[in-house]
Write a protein that binds this ligand. Structure first.
Ligand SMILES: Cc1cc2nc3c(=O)[nH]c(=O)nc-3n(C[C@H](O)[C@H](O)[C@H](O)COP(=O)(O)OP(=O)(O)OC[C@H]3O[C@@H](n4cnc5c(N)ncnc54)[C@H](O)[C@@H]3O)c2cc1C
Length: 402
């Protein structure tokens, strides 16, 4: 098959890798508008479930991802006027640049043609191919050009956010809430190398305008945020890398395919960063689409049946996470309502923002705030992480140690 992926993000590159592994005869081209090594954003988080999937589908790139990733082993919650509290949990993070470098290299090694600085300028003129995968991100031009057919809906979140990086290396995943004269503002931060962390600042629109952030250019805005969050940054700067404040856009589409064009990743659905899963879902879309076409596509009818299988499988898998993402982003939109809770109850409300926990989780949370309980919990979770890494076919040691 001739396959063109428009967009060389995690979805497009990973799909190209898997489709080529499934059938080396496929002629696959990835068109990416940015130059090689250039992308937006900083580090992204993920968990064991994605690693398990990656090892099942392509152990080679999975091992490289694990080796490049950084591990963290609890959440820290800081809020003005409250003692620091902790939440159990562990995860991994990796720079988006590095992830794309690994996937791009792997794709090229397998014989995929990855063309950088190759923007699809006119969505009405798609390249000739048996299958065109529209993996051109949340702002997908291909989707927007056929918006009536795809039934695209866009809901805009209330809060303002900005995706920043900093050379300050946070010890672990940290939420920091600051009370200012204009209201609450907070960050979600985590290390993604031993030299840098992701730092996402978020606040209600009133706080944003009240602090004058709406009137500052990105560089002055970063300087202002650095002052506001000075207690957390150890004097280190914040870097906006050319991106400004945004409102999250929740994008959904009623249909994901049209003729030989199919949507994948953020082009089909976006997932709020409050649950840190958009990259995972984009890569899992790639797995499902590669599986759906693996048996070969004889004609147009077989193609549309395969695309339907892909869409059905992914919609079922996405539904619970999308509910979780909505609940989670809604919690952050209501954050000031929780601000007067005592520290431990506040951090529990934050951890249970999807509202799904059974009562024992509250008891566990309360009993693991002291040093002994917290240490026990971290050991238990480390053992679980190690055990899970051991079951994977490759990269076991690095997964356990990261
Ligand atoms: C603040 C923030 C934090 C996040 N944190 C996390 C996290 O911790 N964990 C996580 O799993 N997810 C996270 N995400 C979500 C994640 O970034 C996305 O879900 C993921 O990047 C989607 O992958 P994709 O390949 O579908 O799209 P993208 O990564 O957006 O890739 C699309 C690609 O298409 C290219 N492109 C666009 N138009 C064209 C064109 N016309 N021609 C050629 N190329 C084109 C773009 O340059 C881009 O490289 C976060 C998102 C945000 C906003």
């Amino acid at each position: 098959m001739r396959i063109t992926c428009v967009g060389g993000g995690p979805a497009g590159l990973y799909f190209a890798v898997l489709a080529k592994l499934a059938d080396p005869r496929h002629r696959i081209t990835v068109l990416e508008r940015d130059p090689a090594g250039v992308t937006y954003g900083w580090g992204v988080v993920f968990w064991d479930d994605l690693l398990d999937d990656l090892f099942r589908h392509d152990p080679v790139s999975a091992a490289r991802i694990v080796d490049a990733a950084c591990g963290w082993d609890e959440y820290e919650v800081r809020a003005t006027g409250k003692p620091v509290t902790h939440l159990g949990g562990y995860g991994f993070s990796l720079g988006r640049h590095r992830l794309l470098e690994i996937l791009g290299e792997r794709a090229r090694q397998l014989g995929v043609e990855v063309r950088y600085e190759a923007e699809l300028a006119d969505p009405a003129a798609l390249p000739p191919a048996d299958l065109v995968v529209a993996c051109d991100g949340a702002g997908s031009r291909i989707r927007d050009f056929r918006a009536r057919h795809f039934g695209t809906r866009i809901e805009t979140g209330r809060n303002k956010y900005i995706w920043l990086g900093t050379p300050h290396v946070f010890r672990t995943f940290t939420f920091g809430f600051e009370r200012t004269e204009a209201g609450w503002i907070w960050f979600h931060a985590y290390p993604f190398t031993d030299r840098a962390s992701t730092f996402i600042a978020e606040c209600p629109p009133e706080t944003w305008t009240g602090l004058g952030l709406d009137r500052l250019d990105p560089a002055d805005g970063c300087a202002r945020l650095r002052e506001i969050f000075s207690a957390h940054l150890d004097g280190r700067p914040l870097d906006h890398a050319g991106r400004g404040w945004r409102n999250f856009r929740r994008i959904t589409a009623e249909r994901w395919d049209h003729g030989n064009v199919v949507l994948m990743g953020d082009a089909a659905h976006t997932t709020h960063f409050a649950i840190g899963s958009g990259t995972k879902l984009a890569m899992q879309d790639a797995m499902a689409l590669a599986d759906a076409i693996a048996g070969g596509i004889a004609d147009g009818t077989a193609l549309s049946a395969a695309l339907e299988r892909y869409e059905h499988r992914r919609r079922v898998a996405l539904a619970p996470l999308q509910r979780a993402a909505r609940a989670s982003s809604a919690w952050f939109e209501r954050m000031p309502e929780y601000a007067d809770l005592p520290a431990r109850r506040f951090s529990y409300a934050l951890s249970n923002r999807r509202g799904e926990y059974p009562a024992w989780r509250y008891l566990l949370h309360m009993s693991t705030q002291g040093t002994a309980g917290r240490t026990m919990l971290r050991w238990t979770l480390s053992a679980r992480r190690w055990h899970r890494a051991r079951r994977r076919p490759a990269g076991r040691l690095s997964a356990a140690l990261s």
